[in-house]
Design a protein around this ligand. Structure first.
Ligand code: PRE
Length: 301
């Protein structure tokens, strides 16, 4: 459970929040940096790593859509989640003053989470997206860029010899990113602690089908914690012909739903049996213990 000897792949370089998430989920693990999320998935598929840790949503920046698409494209299973308080710092090379900064670089999520604060700080700087927060700090240090600042964790500042110009620059102090942990095999769902289940489905043709699907959970008092829609890339458009008025083009969606129940519970099994009736496609991405860590907005990195 503490993850000793577990190899956990994450996207980014040391000091990235995903590395901190790996450490929170599996305190004694060996965290393996990967330059892309796709590589982290492959590391697990090829037995180079035992788990991958994947950010899926942030309380300020919203869903990380690409990672939802990756969950579907690969056959890994969600075996856990962690919610990590994300505390951002603005950093530059030692001696650089705020007035010299013409560019701020970071992961797009981090830029989005600090948008208002960056404006309030009065920086006349262009924002530029890079692959990960700590990688932004590393890049500035490696290239001795004296006109560029990064948004990253305090640990990244320490690792890459950067000086913190402003601390806690996320637009809300309760900034939290939710990560899921992925493995080759699912875990056996239990009922002795709170579990969450994540599914993805496409609904069939018909009237109010999404309403019918979601009521399968409501009637059983199963709480939904998240719903996300993404383009159905195998069948993106459905044409509906009407001889009188022409052809309507309906976009087709995949729906990702998280609900608070374990697949070991009969009510969850019955709800999914009902969903199946209205779905052209249904996959359980995982049934896993919920992160019940007590709330501390100032904690984390
Ligand atoms: O760049 C990093 O440090 C990451 O771990 C990625 C990531 C993300 O994808 O949302 C993780 C947490 C923060 O929300 C910002 C960036």
């Amino acid at each position: 459970m503490h993850g000793s000897q577990l190899r956990v792949a994450y996207q980014g370089v040391p000091g990235a929040y995903s590395e901190a998430a790996a450490g929170k989920a599996y305190p004694k693990c060996e965290a393996i940096p990967c330059d892309q999320f796709e590589v982290a998935f492959q590391a697990v598929e090829l037995w180079i790593a035992d788990r991958a840790v994947l950010p899926v949503e942030n309380s300020l920046g919203g869903s990380i859509h690409r990672n939802y698409d990756l969950l579907l494209r690969h056959r890994l299973h969600i075996v856990g989640e962690v919610q990590l308080p994300v505390h951002h710092c603005l950093m530059a090379l030692p001696g650089v003053r705020k007035e010299y900064i013409t560019r701020v670089i970071s992961h797009p999520q981090a830029l989005a989470q600090c948008e208002h604060t960056l404006t309030k700080l009065g920086l006349q700087a262009a924002r530029e997206a890079v692959d990960d927060t700590a990688g932004a700090a590393e890049y500035i240090a490696a290239n001795n860029l004296r006109d560029t600042a990064a948004i990253a964790s305090a640990r990244a500042a320490e690792l890459y010899g950067m000086q913190i110009l402003a601390d806690g620059i996320q637009d809300d102090c309760g900034n939290v990113t939710r990560f899921v942990m992925l493995a080759r095999e699912p875990i056996i769902p239990r009922t002795d602690r709170p579990f969450k289940t994540s599914i993805v489905f496409a609904h069939d043709k018909g009237t109010s089908v999404l309403f019918k699907v979601l009521s399968a959970f409501a009637f059983r008092n199963i709480n939904l914690t998240k719903i996300e829609s993404r383009p159905h890339r195998n069948r993106p458009i459905r044409l509906v012909d009407d001889a009188n008025v022409g052809t309507a083009k309906h976009f087709e969606y995949l729906f990702y739903v998280d609900f608070e129940a374990s697949m070991a519970e009969v009510r969850a099994q019955n709800a999914l049996a009902e969903v199946q009736e209205f779905a052209s496609f249904l996959r359980v991405l995982g049934s896993y213990p919920m992160d019940m860590t007590p709330w501390s907005p100032s904690g984390g990195d």
